[in-house]
Design a protein around this ligand. Structure first.
Ligand code: AMP
Length: 466
């Protein structure tokens, strides 16, 4: 059997789970509907049916959005009514427009004086710089025919242009937590007038250690406000946090993690560790994808992939935590503009990056957490588009594939037409231990050599560090 990468023909159904009454730690999350529907995204509903004002409808038309996605269809009317929202949705479902559009309408409708001094009426807090920038771009796009102004603040760059924008006045502030608190401390930001608060990607916030920052930010918000809380997953600690922020929220859930995989064609190449590099070239040559996002488990791994691809004259770049903000933005821009074909990313760096109509994702490493797999492949086939996800699996990763198949409740199709088939077997426990020992030995040797070298170049080095 070989895979066909020709025109897509899958029926593109998105499962929509509507809120179910549930009691969580003593808090009732009211249902918005007790039915459970499987429907094509936004088939019957139009943006016009959501009672949106003409300037917003016009901006959505400019974006070429034909109909609302499930999260938009459900959230926009509730947010326009002033309800708090507990949204279970991840990036790629159209959730940014789901909150940005009604917030812009609130700000236009509330008669905020377009010529008067602007104060921050809406605050959106999001975990990463990339997400913050993308949310800012979305606000720009949807508010382009209104007077609503936004600005974005995030760390890792100098604050000058951000504080200048704040001084000029904005209606919507989009911020990462650290920079927000920093500029609040310095007196550039006051949250006194915030009427609308959005906490985006709450689970990622907690993963990244922002819980205390979030709690601190909340204490500065006025009590009277509308709050919208979005998270891809809803474990207990996230629900606990939501209780501190929301009042009688309506629960809106779309695309539980396992079902996002349904609209994506998934294929698996099993191979040996040593053949992954050649197999990647083979896949790229065979598919000739216009653009592809390649995932790597580690920062070093992504740099290695980029070096190998460049040797074959394939335009590519890596984004990961060791790259500066400028390098990351530059790589993302080049990729978005089509100047490079392959973007290699680690999971953290890729979280939330939004590239229109990305057709292909390749997992160079199979992640050991099944949910990570679903997040990764969710980068393609966004908002109703279709996509292809290909995983390259070495023997040590066979077990991860089994876990993933359990989570997504289906078998990933194995590609038979594979010039580098898997012939090695997974290591035994004692072999694994041996390998770990060897790795540790090499690591110690590396650090010992490095210290020796630094010591000989700079005799005061050791003493100074102490
Ligand atoms: P998000 O989940 O907000 O990151 O959005 C994912 C992608 O879907 C972005 O590229 C949006 O521009 C796009 N998008 C959002 N809403 C719609 C819609 N109603 N129709 C088509 N594309 C959309």
């Amino acid at each position: 059997m070989s895979i066909k990468f020709g025109p897509f023909n899958g029926t593109n159904f998105q499962i929509l789970f509507l809120g179910v009454i549930q009691e969580t730690s003593g808090m009732f999350v009211p249902a918005i509907d007790l039915s459970f529907a499987v429907k094509p995204p936004g088939k019957n509903m139009k943006f016009e049916d959501l009672e949106l004002i003409p300037p917003i409808l016009r901006a959505l038309k400019d974006q070429n959005y034909k109909s609302p996605t499930s999260i938009q269809e459900k959230s926009i009317p509730l947010i326009l009514k002033g309800e708090d929202i507990l949204g279970n949705a991840q990036t790629g479902t159209g959730k940014t427009a789901a909150f940005a559009v009604p917030l812009i309408q609130h700000l236009v409708g509330a008669g905020h004086n377009p010529d008067g001094r602007r104060t921050i009426s809406a605050l959106v807090v999001t975990p990463t710089r990339e997400l913050a920038i993308q949310i800012g771009e979305s606000f720009d796009a949807y508010a382009k025919y209104t007077h609503v102004k936004n600005t974005v603040i995030f760390g890792g760059v100098s604050q000058g242009s951000q504080t200048n924008a704040l001084r000029r006045g904005v209606d919507v502030l989009i911020a990462t937590p650290g920079r927000l608190l920093d500029l609040m401390d310095q007196g550039y930001v006051s949250l006194r007038d915030v009427e609308y608060f959005v906490l985006d990607e709450a689970d990622r916030m907690l993963d990244m250690g922002f819980i205390n920052d979030i709690k601190k930010i909340i204490t500065h918000l006025p009590k009277e406000r509308q709050s919208l809380f979005f998270s891809a997953t809803m474990p207990k600690n996230i629900l606990d946090l939501s209780h501190q922020i929301l009042r009688n929220p309506k629960k809106v859930a779309v695309n539980p993690v396992a079902s996002t995989a349904e609209k994506i064609q998934q294929y698996l190449y099993t191979t040996n560790k040593s053949d992954k590099k050649e197999l990647l070239f083979h896949i790229l040559k065979k598919l000739e994808p216009e653009q592809v996002l390649v995932f790597s488990r580690s920062k070093h791994g992504s740099d290695r992939i980029v070096r190998n691809l460049r040797k074959k004259r394939i335009e590519c770049a890596a984004i990961h935590g060791d790259k500066s903000q400028n390098q990351r933005q530059k790589a993302l821009k080049q990729f978005k503009e089509g100047d490079i074909r392959v973007l290699v990313a680690t999971d953290i760096a890729a979280r939330g990056i939004d590239i229109d109509k990305l057709g292909y994702v390749i997992n160079y490493d199979v992640p050991n957490e099944s949910e990570t797999y679903v997040h990764r492949i969710g980068r393609c086939g966004r908002a109703g588009e279709e996509g292809v996800a290909i995983s390259i699996c070495e023997p040590e990763e066979n077990a991860y594939i089994r876990d993933i198949e359990k989570l997504i409740n289906k078998k990933i199709q194995v590609v038979k037409d594979n010039p580098f088939p898997q012939t090695d077997t997974p290591m035994s426990t004692s072999e694994k231990k041996e390998l770990e020992k060897e790795k540790n030995r090499k690591k110690q040797e590396f650090f010992a050599n490095r210290n020796k070298k630094r010591g000989s170049q700079n005799p005061g080095f050791r003493r100074k560090r102490r």
